[in-house]
Design a protein around this ligand. Structure first.
Ligand code: UD1
Length: 429
């Protein structure tokens, strides 16, 4: 298994191109199942999760092609994928496949909406909290799907098609909103989604669905209204920039010091996180195509943070921010309200010398003057990148094991950081 080795102490200077968002690309790819025409997606990141989802959907009979690299394009340039779900031969997603990635459960929505039948295994994915799918199932039931749960599978049927309905989510769920949105596009009549997730990825999906002929208003607000149509057509759409990758590199430079331009991204996708970083001592300014983040000389101040659904501070940046706070002057309180158990990075950060105390859904991080390199273990996607951030300033060598988690969600991480001066390399093993 590959490892990543970092020698701490080098500042980060230069330019990092931000990739397309994994969390937008996955639902967009799944949306291709709603039409027999071709959906062309540009700016798709080269990540293990993208390949896994392609494998799962190919099993249904989906055809796909990946456009070759053009001259001048590097291995970090997003790829263009064409997806055609014309001859779907199977509407069952087995455990062996779904268990590798939780988001693949979402295929249940387009399958039942278009074919009237779907059998999808309960998901696996990152081991953060219990992460149930009850609200996703509730949404489909509100649209008239009959639901059975049998042997670890959810079977959704609607032989006469779905019909519009009112879906009130008791809690904000990104996946639930994606599922409700996709299913409602082909349901007969009007659907209203209340307490919808307002994440930019939901807006990206809605914009693509509209290009495909769906009738949707209100995406990006907490009430989305969908008028069902009888069929959707093909379209061409570029995946939005990855706001979590953007925030991760912003935190990396706040930690290591230096001056980074993050290109092809948008500050409004992560304003809450940038505000917190500015309070912590980073200088942040917009550029014509992204964000410039600097920290020169000044120390890092402790800031308290609570994770929240968008537009709040994202749970997917919590681990990275905690890494930053290990070096702050003062004690920071970090409260995780989205996922229980999303503190698995705490023990590993402690191996590098961090002082962190856990109390229920709060972590109290007491800044220390220095971290010391050590071998550490990546436990999930965001946790593993928090160890990279800590390693950037830890004295000596930090080796991060099990980097397959990183490969699921960060495109060309070590190449991007190394080009900006970090001493980081992948050890193939
Ligand atoms: C998505 C993101 C993930 C991010 C999360 C929150 C993708 C591929 N993943 O995950 O990176 O951390 O949003 O921003 O986009 N819940 C239920 N019942 C359900 C569904 C969810 O109780 O049926 C709960 C979850 O346990 C969690 C909360 O709702 O406590 C939010 O989860 P949700 O927004 O659904 O996360 P995902 O869509 O799985």
């Amino acid at each position: 298994m590959d490892r990543i080795r970092i020698r701490g102490g080098a500042p980060l200077n230069g330019l990092i191109p931000i990739s397309g968002a994994k969390n937008a690309a996955l639902p967009l790819m799944i949306a291709s199942l709603l039409t027999e025409d071709t959906l062309e997606l540009g700016n798709v990141p080269r990540l293990a999760d993208i390949s896994s989802l392609l494998r799962i959907m190919s099993n249904f009979g989906l055809d796909h092609s990946i456009a070759g690299r053009r001259p001048g394009q590097s291995s970090e340039t997003g790829q263009t994928i064409r997806l055609t779900a014309k001859s779907i031969i199977d509407t069952c997603a087995p455990y062996e496949l779904v268990s590798t990635m939780r988001a693949s459960f979402w295929v249940i929505a387009p399958l039942v909406a278009r074919f009237g039948h779907a059998k999808v295994s309960m998901p696996g994915g990152c081991a953060i909290g219990t992460r149930p799918v009850d609200l996703l199932i509730m949404a489909l039931a509100r649209l008239g799907a009959a639901i059975e749960i049998e042997g670890g599978y959810v079977i959704a049927t609607a032989p006469k098609g779905l019909r519009g309905g009112e879906i009130d989510f008791p809690k904000v769920t990104v996946g639930g909103t994606h599922v409700a949105l996709m299913a409602a596009t082909l349901a007969q009549g009007t659907t209203v989604i209340r307490n919808a997730a307002r994440e930019p990825e939901v807006v990206d999906l809605a914009e693509c669905l509209v290009k495909m002929g769906a009738r949707i208003t209100g995406a990006g607000t907490s009430e989305i209204v969908i008028e069902g149509v009888s069929s959707l057509n093909g379209a061409s759409h570029d995946v939005m920039p990855d706001r979590i990758e953007t925030g991760t590199y912003a935190m990396a430079v706040a930690m290591a010091g230096g001056d980074l331009v993050l290109e092809n991204t948008r500050p409004d996708y992560l304003q809450a996180a940038l505000d917190v970083l500015a309070q912590a001592g980073a200088e942040i300014s917009p550029t014509h195509s992204g964000i410039r983040v600097r920290r020169n000389g000044n120390g890092i101040q402790a800031v308290d943070v609570t994770t929240d659904p968008f537009p709040g501070f994202p749970t997917d940046l919590q681990a990275q921010f905690m890494a930053l706070m290990t070096r702050a002057s003062g004690t920071s309180r970090i409260r995780e309200t989205i996922f229980e158990n999303r503190f698995m990075h705490v023990q590993e950060l402690a191996r590098l010398g961090a002082h962190i105390r856990l109390d229920g859904d709060c972590a109290y991080v007491e800044g220390v003057p220095g971290l010391k390199g050590a071998p550490v273990m990546a436990t999930d996607l965001r946790a593993s990148v928090s160890l990279v951030i800590a390693g950037l300033v830890a004295e000596g060598e930090t080796t991060i094991n099990r980097v397959y988690h990183l490969d699921r969600g960060f495109e060309a991480l070590e190449a991007k950081l190394a080009r900006c001066g970090a001493e980081i390399e992948r050890l193939r093993g």
